[in-house]
Ligand binder design. Structure first.
Ligand code: NAD
Length: 268
């Protein structure tokens, strides 16, 4: 293990929160706190989560109470909750924030960038090694193949996911746009629907499926009149994101303040 961190986790009773807590302790870090909005969990010890945690810290309602003894805050919750926690982190003395929450709008992204003037922030729409490598491959393919090839991105997630397209699909869309020296905001196709839903040349299309318990599937296709290339990734469990987030937390220790992503962490 590298530096031992004092970690606090937002939304600790959530699907990702539980994974993160378990992986943090398994990696030898100290769990110094956790927060929840769900009233069933507030005030209860972390051991009550039933996932074999050693820390008996109580689950807090407020982010500032939960991060009191932490050097690292890991947040996989919802955009408004994450932004409120970043406000608290700047005054609580927490040094590092690892943000996995997705679904931020442009104004909220700008607020995160402003917080990165006083915090080390690693933010990624997907913390898996495979997806971050895929991002690099997509950028390269978009650049090599040129604007005549149709780029389409398909994502599938579990039925409880709230934002769409997924943060990962947007990451891949940004990578494709960047391969074409453009911004995704200029190339993103409107959903194909209705009697005049033709594909506009050069646009990047998105398709979304919600089904059962799927952890996350992404496929990027590049199509010409003669052939189609597919690049795809499947997450086989949620732990893959938690391991990536912990790797980011370890990497961030000692880094200067600023906004980083998994490409920085993985030197991609
Ligand atoms: P979830 O609903 O299971 O968990 C979210 C938890 O946050 C809930 O327990 C909720 O009560 C809690 N919460 C909400 N507001 C809060 C607040 N103000 N204070 C404290 N806790 C609060 O959802 P999930 O599946 O764990 O996903 C959470 C987020 O992480 C989503 O945005 C999802 O898209 C994202 N995600 C990112 C990655 C990645 O690799 N970046 C991977 C998986 C999920």
């Amino acid at each position: 293990m590298t530096t031992k961190l004092n970690i606090s986790i937002a939304g600790i009773a959530g699907r990702m929160g539980r994974q993160l807590a378990k992986v943090a302790e398994d990696c030898g870090h100290s769990l110094t706190g956790g927060s929840e909005a769900h009233t069933d969990w507030i005030g209860r010890p972390l051991t009550d989560l039933g996932i074999g945690l050693a820390s008996e810290r109580l689950i807090e309602a407020s982010a500032s109470a939960a991060m009191q003894d932490a050097d690292t805050w890991i947040d996989f919750t919802a955009p408004v909750a994450t932004l409120a926690a970043l406000d608290a982190a700047s005054s609580a003395g927490t040094r590092t924030a690892i943000i996995g929450t997705t679904g931020f709008d442009a104004a909220q992204e700008a607020q995160i960038a402003a917080h990165a003037k006083s915090l080390v922030i690693v933010k990624a729409g997907n913390f898996s090694l495979g997806v971050n490598l895929l991002q690099t491959l997509v950028e390269k393919a978009a650049s090599a193949l040129g604007p005549d090839w149709d780029i389409e991105i398909l994502e599938t997630h579990h039925r409880r996911k709230v934002d769409a397209p997924s943060g990962t699909a947007l990451m891949l869309g940004n990578a494709a746009a960047s391969g074409r020296d453009a911004d995704l905001s200029d190339l993103k196709a409107r959903p194909y629907d209705g009697p005049d839903a033709r594909r506009i040349p050069g646009e990047i299309g998105f398709a979304v499926r919600r089904s059962g318990g799927v952890f996350g599937e992404h496929e990027v296709t590049f199509g010409s009149d003669q052939e189609v290339i597919s690049l795809s990734h499947t997450a086989l469990n949620r732990a893959v994101f938690a391991h990536g987030a912990l790797k980011a937390a370890e990497w961030a220790a000692g880094k200067p303040v600023g906004l980083y992503d998994m490409k920085d962490v993985l030197s991609l």
